[in-house]
Ligand binder design. Structure first.
Ligand code: BES
Ligand code: ZN
Ligand code: ZN
Length: 490
């Protein structure tokens, strides 16, 4: 664990690595002026040779010379510095932190509101590692990050809570499916929550009694039983309420509409929506935000056992609607049908569901951007503002009512697939049937839930995408704790 503190300014401090920002065209950021002065003409020649001009994403390192630091790292911030630029720069630093016991930085001294929080968040996310299954994991030597010249403890603590929550989501996504069947995943989620969150775990017989038909239909082909986890964080003072619903398919083989082998490789990621809800609940409760949140996560595998759901089968969802299943690989919407119906019954101010729902979302937006849909303009605006503040990219898509008749079933109330094209829209239109009159936003994270390579604060594998947007949304709703303007800042 890296200890993070404020400390003396660059001149008065020491360490194994000093990391300072440089803005576009070699404009020295805070602390970089001290480095430039210490190295004189040499530094400009060196940086020219290295083609370093302070552009976003550029990094260069060299020995500390006469400075009381073992090495120096210059990090480019470009010409338009915002919170996300700082997070990314700090993420790059975090990703390179392992060899240095004590790192000193001035990245947070760039004058932007919330800079220290962004820097600590980025650093910790970039330093994230998942090595539980390595026989000889590489130990990080990094034990200390010092914010030179000091920083508010509140910003540091808030960032630590956020990074731990994203780390929880990443861990759960990175775990092999064999290690996290629904029973285990539910328990790990429960164990991660602070005391202010109450946890209800509904088992397979409760699920049958209560009519969670979608969850049980998908679970029919799996040997591991399903679970539905309900997390409640309900401070007395809260006058606003949110319900988060997360897709928790611990492995998606496609069921009898089986996936090709290469499409199945990454399908342990299919519980990333549930993981985002777990992470968000943990951070929101630890921060003590003044808003009621319920997290609902249906958890099951989608497998091909002898009693598996067949194409053509019909089940009854929690809200009483009957669903004809024509493709068993469109299973996420079936468990979300139950989750959303349960959320709708609670009549919160806003329901947000988050799910690795459609491959078509990746086709439409690429892997870095989540698709958002909703039935309420204000709610969509809030989620978009929260995502922007958090540095998570989302793009609004149309909930096209003219496409709805394509989901009509000849024998049931609705069928689970639409046309060949526009798959992300059909999935969203399907979900809309289960939210009643409540304000609702759907976030399809099929692309950004997993990263194929490390970059700035993103590490390869599970990204924890969505945790930071959901936390920012709760902050925005939470009485005056965080002014709305903060969401517009970035
Ligand atoms: N879990 C997948 C969606 C997915 C694909 C997530 C790739 C992440 C990466 C989902 O359950 C699924 O298989 N959806 C089908 C729906 C289709 C059968 C209508 C899809 O997208 O192909
Ligand atoms: Zn599927
Ligand atoms: Zn799926």
């Amino acid at each position: 664990m890296t200890e993070i503190t404020g400390g003396p300014d660059v001149v008065g401090g020491d360490g194994d690595l000093l990391a300072v920002p440089v803005l576009a065209d070699l404009t020295w950021g805070p602390g970089a002026d001290v480095v430039a002065e210490a190295f004189g003409d040499w530094i400009e020649e060196y940086l020219e040779r290295k083609d370093f001009s302070g552009k976003v994403g550029q990094v260069v390192g060299f020995p500390g010379g006469d400075l009381p630091y073992g090495e120096v790292m210059l990090i480019g911030l470009g010409d338009e510095v915002d919170l996300e630029t700082l997070r990314r720069a700090a993420g790059t630093l975090g990703s390179k932190a392992m060899p240095y016991p004590k790192i000193v930085t001035t990245l947070h001294a760039v004058e932007i509101d919330g800079a220290a929080e962004a820097v600590v968040t980025g650093f910790l996310l970039g330093a994230y590692r998942f090595d539980s299954y390595k026989s000889e994991p590489k130990e990080s030597k990094n034990v200390e990050l010092v914010l030179a010249g000091g920083a508010e403890d509140a910003g540091i603590e808030s960032a630590q809570q956020l990074a731990a929550a994203v780390g929880l989501a990443r861990d759960l996504v990175n775990e092999p499916a064999i290690s996290t069947p629904p029973v285990v995943l539910a328990r790990r989620a429960a164990d991660a929550m602070p005391d202010s969150v109450t946890v209800e775990i509904i088992d397979e017989s409760d699920a049958a009694d209560r009519g969670f038909g979608g969850l049980l239909a998908v679970n029919a082909g799996a040997d591991n039983p399903a679970r539905l986890v309900i997390l409640r964080y309900e401070p007395d003072s809260a006058d606003k309420s949110l319900v988060f619903v997360g897709k928790g398919i611990v492995f998606d083989s496609g069921g009898l509409s089986i996936k090709p082998a290469s499409f199945m490789e990454e399908m342990k990621t299919d519980m990333a929506g549930a993981a985002a809800v777990f992470g968000a609940m943990k951070a929101i409760a630890e921060k003590g935000l003044d808003v009621s949140i319920v997290g609902i996560t249906p958890l099951t595998e989608n497998m091909t056992g002898g009693s598996a759901l067949r194409p053509g089968d019909v089940f009854t969802a929690y809200n009483g609607k009957t669903v004809e299943v024509l493709n068993t690989d469109a299973e996420g919407r079936l468990i979300l049908a139950d989750g959303l119906s349960l959320a709708a019954e609670m009549e919160p101010d806003l329901i947000v569901d988050i799910a690795t729902l459609t491959g078509a979302a990746k086709v439409a937006l690429g892997v870095n951007i989540a698709a958002v849909f909703g039935n309420d303009e204000d709610a969509l605006d809030s989620v978009e503002a929260a995502a922007k503040y958090a540095g998570e990219k989302v793009w609004r898509m149309p909930l096209e009512s003219e496409y709805r008749p394509t989901l009509d079933s000849p024998i049931a109330d609705i069928k689970n697939i639409g046309d060949r094209y526009g798959g992300t829209i059909y999935a969203a239109l399907f979900l809309k049937e289960f939210v009643g009159d409540n304000a609702w936003v759907h976030v399809d994270i099929a692309g950004p839930a997993r990263a194929s390579k490390a970059e700035h604060y993103i590490t390869k594998g599970g990204t924890g995408f969505g945790v930071r947007t959901l936390v920012a949304l709760a902050e925005q709703v939470s009485s005056a704790a965080v002014p709305i303007s903060r969401t517009i800042l970035a």
